[in-house]
Write a protein that binds this ligand. Sequence first.
Ligand code: NAD
Length: 392
Amino acid sequence: MEESYHVEGEEIVPLVIAVPKELAEGEKRVALVPEVVQKLTKAGHEVRIEHDAGSRAFYPDDLFTAAGGRILSSRVELLEGARVVVCVQPPAVEDIDRLAEGTIVIGFMNPARNTDAVIRMRDRKITAFALELVPRITRAQSMDALSSQATAGGYAAAVLGAAHTPKFLPMLTTAAGTIRPATVLILGAGVAGLMAIATAKRLGAVVEAYDVRRAAGEQVRSLGAKFIELEINAEGQGGYARELTAEEKASEQQLVSAAVARADIVITTASIPGKKAPLLITKETVATMRPGAVIVDLAAESGGNCQETEPGRTVQVQGVTILGPLNLPGQVPFHSSQMFAKNLQSFLALLVDKEGALVREFSDEILAASLLVHAGEVRHGPTRDLLAGRGA
Ligand code: NAD
């Protein structure tokens, strides 16, 4: 009964769901879109949206109003009156201070990098669900915001690469001669990588891909791309990759460098949960690339897969353009917000019962796994250990 919200005999009041404007630099996404707001208001909830919250994703206030939402110009009023707050980026400490005890916050929390916010939510007895902790089980697919946003990021990476190469991607036979198709190499064929492969294929490029998980080979080939085989299979827990041994890393870099040297565009997406991104393209390998070649490093935020990557910047190294974009899903904010909002809609459905009241406990496997902070405690083991290690 410790996790109970609804007191026996208490009148069930509609949930007040608040959508604050995202304040992180360069963040254009919004947590809910009008289509989802309409579904929630029809189900009896009250949805309040901060003025202009959706405008950078091209969802103006009037569309939210038409969907039954209420626009509020005061962020303080919005946060103070909320039962549930939905956000894309982790909440700022000043915003947490405005929430009533027991308020539920749902969004990406990136707990390892936002320990101040985690501590404040713990101390103020906020209940926070971290969408990146939603388990990757079939039932949770509709709530998997990591996947939906990686899909958007993979698409944006391929388009960005195409925009920066001095070449056409497709083969062209014209009166002015025949153009050979560009070669696109994708390193890391997870959710983002597969979307980048599909997008580059649609643009007409010849696509090659590599991943340390051998299981990715079948998916790569099914998209019509060539899978580069290496004698490594680093399938780790939960479908993710494990870190390679020093020997494996050396043979990987060797194999990868030959493929990188022949590519016009390289899109790197390799990552290992909770670790620094693996280094796949060394300075020496960049020096072997053709002038005009492009690298789009999706792992820029977690250290980069290329040694020359500068997070958030585009640099030129000996004629090679290296992009280290941060928040690529935010570059296609209309659709990435739409997908994120659908993920939230599915997640919220787990939190309310048939009468529309908050569930009494978080025993559901998905809720339990994604519960980061609750009732004054950090519930996520690795984050709790991290804070304990810092004496916080
Ligand atoms: P991710 O973002 O953690 O990593 C991206 C890719 O990098 C992964 O494919 C990983 O294998 C690869 N990688 C790691 N180290 C590498 C290295 N040294 N060299 C080359 N590649 C390297 O992964 P992700 O995209 O979130 O997905 C990982 C897995 O989870 C995939 O198998 C995916 O199909 C699976 N998945 C399952 C579900 C579900 O069942 N609901 C949902 C989403 C993803």
